[in-house]
Design a binder for this molecule. Structure first.
Ligand code: ADP
Length: 624
């Protein structure tokens, strides 16, 4: 016997498995059966090119047995098996970066940990929730009967392996159950668990009948997607989603379609209702590829565009060759066609939900938008083929949705439907939070003029509007950028006249505030004294703050300070400017106006210490 230490992450995971009081520990059986089924899948796939690997036994199956006396439970398969090196590698480390990230999230809070375990398949290691010793005996389909392996561990930081003889290919996992896990030494209980968690596993899962003599198949075994739709209940779909797609939540919606024609395929796809923690791992995909019912691969990247990475399910193609490899997948025109059709199908389905007046559809869409809205909007930038239709899925809060309780986030089509005749643009403002966006003074004039303003509060949004430019012929306009063309001809004239009158004051302001590009009178303010606006192509205050936080160089840009000529503070400052003795106070006032405008727009002040000093002086004076 050779002793090996588990990788640190595995030790952490095992510690947790053993010590957390996890109520749903029965899932260990699902995990072991999934592994057994995966092992059969892998071998079946290999035999497409190396038929002799199955050595005459292609009756793939999983067998469950228990021994009341010995207090053991075994899960056995005739799949691909493991060599000793593979056993050390796969049953001693965690390869998937997702799992590592998962362990990183585990903390002291047992309840939270249990939830996380629930949403994450912890696989083989789940055995240690119910067993104090686990023995794995396995023989790889590639080696002879004298090269099998025995692996065992008590889950205490290390495991041992040795070479053994084993006649049959495949793997037997034997759990020596803990005292408090004897409930699993019961045929009825086990059969119920198999039905509950593993009913749609493609291979027969067999167990001895209660008389102990004959074996029977416990699971239904037909892949769900091959069944006619009208024979499938919501409950069946949910079970499939949770067990085969290894999800923990309820699906928000599903697409089940059989297509025949130039392309023939069946697909069963789900959109989850909850966000997975690895949503921003762009390489992650959740769709498995089958060819003529034969499993080909998990997480197939080529079937959906990157932004649809939250979709889960299966695609079963009749057109691809069975021995399709990853290289072929990358090039095959059929795959490209399939991807186009699937993307279209998913987008159509989402559009239908988003536009539906049915309550259930609305609820489903609300969940999808809440969980995946920002990722969907990413598609506007990254999915060139479908840009237009994806942009119809984007939803934001706006001055309209906020005006009345119960209004849900709005899309661009609805925005345009509400637009007054005269309005030719779509107005938005960006901010780090909804409250900050709503409070941005730059929107005041637009609101006063009856324009609806969209609130873009996700970091992805500014990137999105930079690429969208316009929608159905209307330009997207940032309320806090550019000249803000809101005024009619008369109002413009009046503003120009006022600017002429205040020219010396405005000139003084520009000289004083060296970091602003221009100082002018504003037509976009109603209640606030001042706002800062970027030029048409500049970066918003929020984006600038984000770049600074991320330690990125912030592009050199000077904002324009706009002053509200109708505001008493501005009027007072310009009057004081006439008295040259009071100019230092005017200068301080201008600095503070500029700083508070920056803060109001969700930005940060560049010299906090100077701002604080001016505020203190002001307070001291005000308080006498
Ligand atoms: P996952 O199945 O999510 O990859 P597990 O921890 O359950 O993670 O299993 C780790 C690895 O061990 C599997 O990826 C597989 O390579 C191997 N393995 C587990 N069970 C079996 C089995 N019954 N037959 C062959 N290989 C197995």
């Amino acid at each position: 016997m050779t002793q090996h230490a588990f990788q640190t992450e595995v030790q952490q995971l095992l510690h947790l498995m053993i010590h957390s009081l996890y109520s749903e520990r029965e899932i260990f059986l699902r995990e072991l059966i999934s592994n057994a089924s995966d092992a059969c899948d892998k071998l079946r796939f290999l035999t497409l090119t190396e038929p002799n690997l199955s050595a005459g036994d292609s009756d793939y199956r999983v067998e469950i047995a228990f021994d009341k006396e010995a207090k053991t439970l075994t899960v056995r398969d005739n799949g691909v098996g493991l060599t000793e090196a593979e056993a050390i590698e796969h049953l001693g480390t965690i390869a998937k970066s997702g799992t590592k990230a998962f362990i990183g999230q585990l903390g002291e809070d047992q309840k939270k940990n249990a939830q996380l375990i629930g949403q994450f398949g912890v696989g083989f290691y789940a055995s240690f929730m119910v067993a104090d010793k686990v023995v794995v005996e396995s023989r790889s389909a590639r080696v002879g009967s004298d090269k099998a392996v025995r692996w065992e561990s008590a889950g205490d930081g290390q495991f041992a392996t040795e070479s053994i003889e084993r006649a049959a290919r495949g793997t037997t996992v034997t759990l020596h159950l803990k005292e408090d896990a004897s409930e699993f030494l019961d045929g009825w209980r086990l059969r119920a668990l198999i039905k509950k968690w593993s009913d749609f596993v493609t291979y027969p899962i067999r167990m001895a009948k209660e008389d102990g003599k004959e074996q029977e198949q416990v699971n239904t075994g037909t892949p769900l997607w091959t069944k006619p739709k009208d024979g499938i209940t919501d409950e069946d779909y949910k079970k499939f989603y949770q067990t085969s797609c290894r999800q923990w939540d309820d699906p928000a919606t599903r697409i089940h379609a059989s297509v025949e024609g130039r392309m023939s395929y069946t697909t069963l796809l789900f959109v989850p209702s909850e966000k997975p923690f690895d949503l921003f791992e762009r390489e992650r995909r959740g769709v498995s590829l089958y060819v003529k019912r034969v499993f080909i691969m998990d997480d197939c990247k080529h079937l959906l565009p990157e932004w649809l990475r939250f979709v889960r399910g299966v695609v079963d193609s009749d057109d691809l060759p069975l021995n399709v490899s990853r290289e072929i997948l990358q090039q095959a025109a059929t795959v490209e066609q399939l991807r186009k059709q699937l993307s279209k199908r998913v987008i159509d389905h989402l559009l239908k939900l988003a536009q539906s007046s049915d309550d259930a559809d609305k609820a489903a869409w609300a969940k999808i938008d809440a969980s995946f809205g920002p990722v969907i909007r990413e598609g506007i930038v990254t999915d060139h083929e479908n840009k237009d239709r994806v942009s119809r899925l984007a939803r934001w809060r706006s001055t309209w949705t906020e005006a009345e309780a119960g209004r849900v986030p709005t899309g661009l089509e609805d925005y345009i439907r509400r637009c007054p005749e005269a309005q030719k643009e779509i107005v938005f403002v960006a901010g780090p939070t909804l409250a900050a966006a709503k409070a941005n003074p730059a929107i005041e004039g637009f609101v006063k003029a009856g324009r609806e303003v969209l609130f873009l509060t996700d970091p992805v949004d500014e990137w999105v509007v930079q690429h969208l430019h316009e929608f159905d012929g209307r330009k997207l306009v940032d309320a806090a950028k550019g000249a803000g063309d809101l005024l009619d001809a008369d109002a413009k004239k009046a503003l120009e006249a006022k600017a002429k009158e205040l020219e010396p004051f405005l000139g003084f302001a520009k000289e004083t505030l060296t970091d602003v590009g221009e100082v002018r009178l504003s037509g976009r303010l109603a209640d606030s004294p001042a706002c800062l606006v970027a030029d048409e192509h500049g970066v918003s205050a929020q984006m600038e703050a984000m770049m600074r936080r991320m330690g990125q160089p912030v592009p050199e840009q000077k904002r324009t300070l706009e002053l509200n000529p109708g505001h008493p503070l501005v009027q007072r400052l310009s009057a004081l400017h006439g008295d040259s003795a009071r100019r230092p106070e005017v200068a301080d006032g201008l600095h503070l106006l500029r700083d508070q405008a920056m803060l109001a727009a969700g930005g940060t002040v560049s010299d906090g210490a100077a701002t604080a000093k001016r505020l203190q002086a002001l307070l001291a004076k005000a308080l006498g």
